[in-house]
Ligand binder design. Structure first.
Ligand code: NDP
Length: 334
């Protein structure tokens, strides 16, 4: 198996020297296990947290260990009664070409329903994050205004489209004119704002003439600074991610905490962080509803596929800087 292991903990942007390539023979599967070949590796922002040993909701990857990650993999050899060679499964095999895994930890994918790669995106963890965070915590109502940033990514694009299906107005924030055009034309957002524009805050205010009822927080930083003065009474803020902070860049904005707390009090705001695994019991509901929306074309998705495992480190660094355009996947083998 060709593997990418964590070589050192980055203090800032992940670079090539923080990763190490190794080749190892794969162990034959024991009873109940299967031998897997990775087809697609998912690259996700949470992996930056796993590279760091700062206190978090999950244990870090150990120095020298294979980088972790969700995969879509093919079963090459099975010693599990429920799986056969040739089956395609959702797995957590990490940044490597082959792995053995307990068969019970895998979900067999139905090849007919949607391309298997969607099990890592719109019909997988990011799609579920959007569905659960927006519907269970954000609870958008018809006519309300929902704002989301990183809006062309797998979480943000699903948030905006689900908001529209609930009859809300969707305002997306993204980096650059191409992504903003995709928000309007591909994903059907009502308005799209470029967070890199010098007058970003004024443009956002103009796009939300009736204020903001739900802000689905993916990025933090300067975007949050522009959003919170626009929040309406009883607005809900599901805090899903803070990607602008993941590389540890110090905020240049002055201390806004007193202003924010004034806003929380005077507008009766609900700000609620969450990790998608908290809602695991709702996964079947998500798969049913989102599966239907995707198959009917009511929810669209965009994938950004990079070819070859060796390109994973560079593609991952780019993800934290907005170089991806859609769900970032590495195609590891055919
Ligand atoms: P994306 O594919 O959207 O990638 C991250 C995007 O963040 C980039 O493409 C970039 O888009 C944007 N971005 C990066 N830096 C900044 C910045 N300084 N200001 C504004 N935007 C920035 O990722 P996902 O859809 O997979 O994830 C979105 C968020 O959801 C992340 O914060 C992630 O950590 C979080 N998440 C949380 C989960 C949970 O359980 N709580 C589960 C899954 C994801 P652009 O070019 O548009 O700026």
């Amino acid at each position: 198996s060709r593997q990418i292991r964590l070589a050192a903990r980055p203090d800032g942007r992940p670079e090539a020297r923080h990763f190490r390539f190794e080749e190892h023979p794969v162990a034959a599967p024991a009873e109940g296990e299967v031998l897997l070949q990775t087809l697609f590796l998912s690259l996700d922002p949470y992996m930056r947290g796993r590279m760091s040993d700062a206190k978090s909701y999950a244990e870090p990857v150990a120095i020298g260990a294979v980088m972790e990650g969700g995969t879509v993999s093919r079963v090459l050899e099975s010693r599990h009664p429920g799986l056969r060679a040739g089956d395609v499964v959702l797995s957590h095999a990490g940044w490597q070409t082959h792995a053995t895994a307990p068969g019970d930890s895998l979900r067999k994918l139905d090849i007919g329903i949607a391309p298997v790669s969607t099990a890592l995106g719109v019909l997988g963890m990011p799609g579920f994050t959007a569905w659960a965070g927006l519907l269970l915590l954000g609870q958008p109502k018809a006519g309300e205004t929902v704002v989301v940033a990183a809006a062309t990514g797998p979480v943000g694009s699903a948030v905006g489209q689900i908001a529209k299906l609930r009859g809300a107005r969707a305002v997306g924030i993204a980096g650059g004119p191409d992504k903003c055009r995709a928000l309007r034309e591909e994903f059907g957002f009502d308005a799209a704002i470029d967070h890199r524009a010098p007058d970003f805050a004024a443009q956002l205010a103009a796009a939300c003439p009736e204020g903001i009822d739900v802000y689905f927080e993916n990025v933090g930083g300067a975007v949050w600074d522009a959003v919170f003065p626009l929040l309406n009474k009883f607005a809900r803020v599901p805090v899903c991610g803070l990607v602008s902070q993941y590389n540890g860049a110090a905020s240049e904005s002055p201390d806004r905490l007193p202003a924010l707390m004034r806003q929380v009090l005077s507008r009766s705001l609900t700000i609620r962080g969450f990790i998608q695994t908290e809602f695991a019991a709702r996964k079947p509901d998500f798969l049913r509803e989102m599966g239907q929306w995707v198959s009917e074309g009511k929810v669209r998705y965009r994938e950004d596929v990079v070819d070859g495992l060796d390109r994973a480190p560079e593609a991952f660094a780019g993800l934290l800087e907005g170089k991806n355009f859609g769900k970032l996947l590495v195609k590891v083998s055919d």
